[in-house]
Ligand binder design. Structure first.
Ligand code: MG
Length: 334
């Protein structure tokens, strides 16, 4: 049995200092964090993008990632989608008394590796330990801060009729992986979360393509819900071509068995890119050259018809309205 977290590790006293030194600093230390003042002082220029997200995924560890790497990728991606270069993260941990210290260290080390790869620094943090049962093992909140480098910055409000909709790769991998892991299900081949930081790919896109109207990561609610948000924000219609939507065959058959629709499953390493038709080739070329965009493809277009709605043209020539996700099908997916 490994060491367990005690309530006094969150007391702010000696035990907390030891936990901070032995786990958090050991992995996340950098000159800004190391100053240990009440707040970090950051140098930033121009418009700044800020996003915050809380991570409660169950189970904590899953093929392709864990709650720590997810807490970095999720927030880095939201900041990046504004055409920004994420630079800093803050993280807040709410920990349950009795949580395994080795697991905590594994999670923090995974955060550190993800942050290093994304080239972001953790500059402030907080730890609370709550009594058994007050939280399930560990919840993490991260806030990301970045400098907006695109001008004009992409936004959900900027899709225009005539634009094309590009997706960076296969859909549904994260949602199906977490769900199958939680329920102990296995399929004919292993599935793996796509969880990854997309900021380097975004930087290449916004610096290499003349005009990027929208970037958004289809996380909770999946592609269908995210496109509905964009259609409403921009007051345009979106038409998808079913045959072009990329789904890994193993994920597709897993979804069929479980009665899930991959268009509504969460992704954690994919982005939707909406650009004017004349920018399509350049955007695709840039995406395909990046390992995280290798399977990028055009899946639809933006129209002035049926404003605020998403319609899918099916393989058989019919039309299917894609609404937003209703209810919570998969709680604690991220
Ligand atoms: Mg997002």
């Amino acid at each position: 049995m490994g060491k367990k977290l005690l309530l006094d590790y969150g007391s702010g006293g000696l035990a907390s200092h030891r936990l901070v030194a032995e786990v958090f600093f050991k992995h996340l230390k950098n000159p800004i964090l190391a100053r240990m003042d009440d707040a970090a002082v950051l140098k930033l220029s121009g418009p700044v993008a800020v996003s915050t997200d809380s991570f409660t995924v169950d189970p904590l560890f899953f093929p392709g990632g864990d709650i720590g790497s997810l807490a970095v990728h999720g927030t880095v991606n939201d900041v990046a989608m504004m055409g920004a270069r994420p630079l800093y993260l803050t993280c807040g941990f709410i920990l349950e008394e009795g949580f395994d210290l080795d697991d905590l260290e594994r999670i923090v080390a995974s955060m550190a590796a993800a942050a290093k790869k994304a080239k972001v620094k953790v500059v402030a943090g907080d730890t609370k330990v709550v009594p058994r049962g007050a939280v399930d093992k560990i919840f993490i909140n991260t806030t990301g801060i970045g400098e907006v480098i695109a001008s004009p910055a992409p936004s959900g409000h900027s899709a225009r009729a005539g634009d094309v909709v590009i997706i960076s790769g296969n859909l549904g991998d994260h949602g199906l992986t977490v769900l199958s892991c939680r329920q102990g299900l296995s399929f004919e081949a292993p599935v793996k979360s796509d969880c990854a930081s997309l900021n380097h790919l975004v930087e290449k896109l916004v610096t290499g393509v003349d005009t990027v109207h929208v970037l958004r990561d289809p996380t909770r609610g999946g592609l269908a819900t995210t496109l509905n948000e964009i259609a409403q924000q921009s007051n345009v219609g979106i038409v998808l071509e079913e045959d072009t939507i990329p789904v890994d065959p193993v994920v597709a058959s897993g979804c069929e068995i479980l009665g899930l629709d991959p268009l509504y499953l969460a992704n954690e390493g994919k982005l939707i890119c909406i650009v004017p038709a004349k920018q399509m080739h350049k955007a695709l070329e840039i995406m395909k050259r990046d390992p995280l965009g290798r399977k990028a493809r055009v899946i639809g277009s933006v129209t002035s018809d049926h404003a605020g709605k998403v319609v899918m043209r099916t393989g058989l020539g019919g039309h299917r309205m894609l609404g937003m996700l209703e209810g919570e099908q998969l709680p604690r997916i991220c």
